[in-house]
Ligand binder design. Structure first.
Ligand SMILES: NC(=O)C1=CN([C@@H]2O[C@H](COP(=O)(O)OP(=O)(O)OC[C@H]3O[C@@H](n4cnc5c(N)ncnc54)[C@H](OP(=O)(O)O)[C@@H]3O)[C@@H](O)[C@H]2O)C=CC1
Ligand SMILES: N[C@@H](CC=O)C(=O)O
Length: 401
């Protein structure tokens, strides 16, 4: 099988290492590799296959085009061109799937070829294939997941080793986990795109990432970590969605999770996806969510599926878009931090409105863990405190079970 590869970075080089390792067993021939700047790659394997000209790639009579260069443009254009030319596509690009999955899957179907994208969610974890194939006998009710390796790495390093946010981000970039623009990781966009892909497939309805409640990790500081430890919790960037009565609720946000929960024990670049199906119950998938060989492994698996004609049809991306509820409409607790000179006034509002709360700090700032009937109730109280001028800046961190 003749494959062309767009990109020889973290994922591209992982894929190429795995193809080379298996070359005696599997009939895959790398015929051309697209990069921007060949001079960066002198001395590497397959240097003679490198090109900066996309026309050369398309001149090679390909069976599969692997897109691992990232971004929306020109990746979208190249993938569409491949599908229209009846070339199968494998991609790790969640930005593209989340934005244009409907168009791309339809184009693949119309041209009788496949587009496969296992690596776009959870890096090396095989989760899309089990979801699409093995769990077909289920209505999936909920997804609770850690879907970004970079932010999980940063939060783990801050919590376990006391690293600063900037030091931890730098390490994640050096290890090849972060996106070309790491804002996509730390602001939560990457995890939201992955959650939208998972939710679309799980609920068989189109869920758009921009409809999810979205909050990144850039406001998490040492004090949050300190309170988390006091509460026997960890802080994780969690993506959660639920499907009930044809409605989806969903968010990506940093949350407190109890130290004994599955998600609390997912460290560094590892990801986890916990699905709940009406037949199977709870199923968990855990593994490396980012990195060269782990992600290369998922891309390689997709290439092998095409080689062996193991293809399943996917219609969910072309289904109707569903409305998404953004607030947590259930009993919840939250860590609230107030920087204020009006502590007594804040306490009197809390006493009047909240069913219960624990004080964590009342010296340099006021920090409380409140227990409420819903997030809406907490938001109403915060609005009252702010409107009365008792505090202009509040930090809120929800705790999930
Ligand atoms: N890193 C990871 O752990 C994971 C990444 N992904 C996804 O995989 C994709 C690739 O990520 P990653 O390998 O980390 O990215 P890198 O930045 O490490 O590599 C990108 C590669 O693509 C090439 N490239 C980028 N833009 C162009 C262009 N316009 N024309 C030609 N070549 C181009 C670069 O060439 P040059 O060096 O010459 O600029 C480089 O070889 C992304 O979609 C990412 O989201 C998915 C899961 C995990
Ligand atoms: N930047 C992403 C890479 C994999 O999708 C992450 O950190 O998870």
């Amino acid at each position: 099988m003749r494959i062309g590869i767009l990109g020889y970075g973290t994922v591209g080089s992982g894929l190429i290492d795995i193809i080379d390792k298996n070359k005696d067993k599997k009939n895959i021939e790398i015929v051309s590799i697209l990069v921007r700047d060949k001079s960066k790659y002198e001395g590497i394997n397959h240097y003679d296959k490198l090109t900066t000209d996309i026309e050369e790639i398309f001149s090679k009579n390909l069976d599969v085009l692997v897109e691992v260069m990232g971004g929306l443009y020109p990746s979208l254009e190249y993938i569409k061109r491949a599908l229209k030319s009846k070339i199968n596509v494998v991609t790790a690009n969640k930005d593209l799937l989340a934005e244009s999955g409907d168009e791309l899957l339809k184009l693949a179907k119309d041209n009788n070829v496949s587009i496969k994208f296992e690596a776009s969610v959870g890096g090396g974890i095989p989760v899309l294939k089990p979801l699409i194939e093995s769990l077909e006998g289920n209505n999936i009710n909920s997804i609770c997941a850690i879907l970004n390796g970079t932010t999980n790495f940063i939060l783990s390093k801050m919590y376990n080793e006391g690293l600063s946010y900037n030091e931890a981000l730098k390490q994640a970039q050096e290890l090849g986990f972060a996106e070309a623009n790491p804002d996509s990781d730390v602001l939560g966009y990457d995890a939201a795109r992955k959650l939208s892909i998972l939710s679309t497939l799980a609920y068989d309805n189109r869920v758009y990432w921009k409809d999810l409640y979205l909050e990144g990790i850039t406001n998490i500081d040492e004090k949050d970590i300190e309170y988390a430890k006091k509460l026997n919790c960890k802080i994780k960037l969690v993506g959660q969605s639920k499907y009930e009565d044809n409605k989806v609720s969903g968010f990506v946000r940093p949350v407190l999770v109890g130290s004994n929960s599955i998600l609390a024990n997912i460290e560094n670049e590892f990801n986890a996806v916990v699905l709940n199906g009406d037949s199977v119950g709870e199923v968990s998938f855990v593994g490396k969510g980012a990195g060269k060989l782990a992600t290369g492994s998922a891309v390689y698996g997709d290439v092998m599926d095409i080689l062996n004609n193991r293809i399943s049809s996917i219609d969910s991306f072309t289904k109707e878009k569903v409305d998404v509820n953004k607030v947590l409409d259930e009993n919840c607790s939250a860590l609230l931090r107030f920087k204020s000179n009006h502590k007594d006034e804040i306490f009197s509002v809390l006493k009047e409105k909240i069913k219960n709360y624990d004080i964590l700090n009342e010296d340099e700032e006021l920090a409380v863990l409140v227990y409420a009937n819903s997030e809406i109730e907490i938001n109403d109280i915060l609005s009252e405190i702010q409107n009365k001028g008792y505090c202009s800046q509040v930090n809120k961190l929800i705790k999930i079970n």
